[in-house]
Ligand binder design. Structure first.
Ligand SMILES: Cc1cc2nc3c(=O)[nH]c(=O)nc-3n(C[C@H](O)[C@H](O)[C@H](O)COP(=O)(O)OP(=O)(O)OC[C@H]3O[C@@H](n4cnc5c(N)ncnc54)[C@H](O)[C@@H]3O)c2cc1C
Length: 412
């Protein structure tokens, strides 16, 4: 039976796109966010780039491409202003032997030229309007988007009510509904709950090992100059440089990103969120692989930056789908050959977290997948791909149930 009401916990791109996908199917959604504004944690970067990183026809490339095409179509349908969303295209540079081999392999796969094509350095320079020194893979529809405007637009739906400044502390399921509480009082009640609060998901569902890690990242904002303002496309090496699409005070700025902390950060160390000059330098090194000239011209133009924490898993796949009751599962372990529908699924409890470095391409597709599972609709990806996202997989693997770890409830 299709639920009438839903609570989504977390107002980043995962929560906002999940709320939108459910609302589009007529479900009344309450979106709960602990900050005063949505998109103010990891989804609060000034710009997000929308592009897939492909390596061949493996499952992760299939997922990346499906997510990219879904997000592009969704964001285009939202009628965002050109100041908030621009499908300006992207060049992925063959800046070293490994990257060149990768782009040649991807280009040889006969993707439509509306999706991608290989270009020479001369063609790349003409597309970017700056000098490019490497052959490249060109994605003509790749885009940048302003995440706060995007999340705002997704949630301006008549079936979504937003409750900000609400820090969810626990969930309770009774016979008829889920109740969601802060540290003391009930905040909301609904037929189903979707946990979309990234690095804090484990606290809400402590018995199921999610194996998530918070990984710090920093972007740098560079004040543009006349030559850099010519840049028409996003250009990507081991980092990315956006066109000068950001207005900061009187300046037009580029967004240059992004660092990865070598070690896992924790969500409660405030220092993790402080801008670090070493990280600005690391971003300038990435700019050197994009354009040594721009690096020289812009190296003293850093006017700001932003730090946030990605939520990643050990196998780099997000955690998306219906949740199992881990206590019952451990008390009565199923046989490895058990049918998926014999497992102790919790009716109405779902998750959409751990989007790592690519949440703007993966989370909206995962939101659509969840809405498909919840409403018994056609799924937007194959059940094989959906199974790789099983949010219970780390526990099932630990119990030696490898086959079940790769399945979705849709196979029941
Ligand atoms: C430096 C950097 C650059 C990046 N660049 C890109 C890019 O160019 N393109 C791209 O696609 N991705 C990029 N990413 C990754 C992308 O930002 C993330 O994948 C995405 O924002 C994750 O979204 P989310 O909704 O899962 O998490 P979040 O945005 O963190 O949202 C989770 C929300 O849950 C809320 N919350 C937490 N606990 C509770 C609670 N108990 N109760 C209520 N609310 C709660 C939080 O306040 C937060 O708003 C980048 C990441 C970093 C760090």
């Amino acid at each position: 039976m299709v639920p009438k009401t839903a609570i989504v916990i977390g107002g980043g791109i995962a929560g906002c796109s999940t709320a939108y996908a459910l609302a589009q199917r007529g479900i009344q959604v309450t979106l709960l966010e602990r900050n005063a504004n949505i998109a103010s944690e990891t989804s609060g970067n000034p710009l997000a780039m929308l592009y897939p990183r492909l390596s061949g026809n493996d499952t992760s490339s299939q997922f990346a491409l499906a997510g990219y095409l879904h997000s592009l179509a969704l964001f285009k349908s939202l009628d965002l202003s050109p100041a908030d969303f621009d499908a300006c295209g992207m060049l992925q540079l063959g800046f070293n032997a490994r990257e060149l081999a990768r782009i040649q392999k991807v280009a040889a796969q006969n993707h439509p030229s509306s999706v991608l094509k290989q270009v020479t350095k001369a063609e790349a320079s003409a597309l970017a309007s700056i000098k490019i020194e490497h052959d490249a893979l060109y994605f003509p529809n790749a885009a940048w988007v302003k995440p706060q405007q995007l999340c705002k637009r997704l949630t301006e739906h008549k079936s979504i009510s937003m409750l900000t400044s609400n820090n969810v502390g626990r969930l309770l399921k009774n016979d008829h509904a889920f109740e969601v509480y802060d540290h003391k009082n009930i905040i909301a009640k609904a037929d189903i709950v979707i946990i979309a609060n990234a690095n804090n998901a484990q606290q809400l569902y402590p018995d199921l090992p999610l194996n998530t890690q918070a990984v710090r990242g920093q972007v740098s904002l560079l004040k543009s100059i006349e030559t850099s303002r010519q840049l028409k496309t996003i250009v990507c090496s081991d980092g990315y440089l956006s066109p000068a699409a950001l207005q900061q005070n009187a300046n037009h700025c580029h967004c240059l990103g992004a660092t990865f902390s070598g070690t896992a950060a924790t969500t409660n160390k405030q220092n993790d969120l402080q801008i670090d000059n070493e990280d600005h330098r690391a971003n300038l090194d990435k700019l050197n692989n994009i354009s040594p000239l721009l690096r020289d011209q812009l190296q003293n133009n850093i006017v700001g930056g932003r730090v946030s924490l990605r939520c990643t898993t050990a196998d780099y796949w997000p955690l998306v789908g219906q949740l199992l009751d881990p206590v019952t599962l451990k008390a009565k372990p199923p046989r490895p050959s058990a049918a998926t529908n014999s497992l102790p699924w919790i009716a109405g409890l779902y998750m959409n977290v751990a989007h790592g470095s690519k949440g703007f391409t993966s989370a909206p597709l995962c939101a659509e997948l969840l809405a498909g599972l919840i409403c018994n609709d056609t799924l937007p990806i194959s059940t094989e791909l959906a199974g790789l996202l099983n949010p219970n997989r780390f526990l099932l693997r630990k119990m030696g149930l490898k086959r079940l770890a790769k399945m979705t409830t849709a196979l029941s």
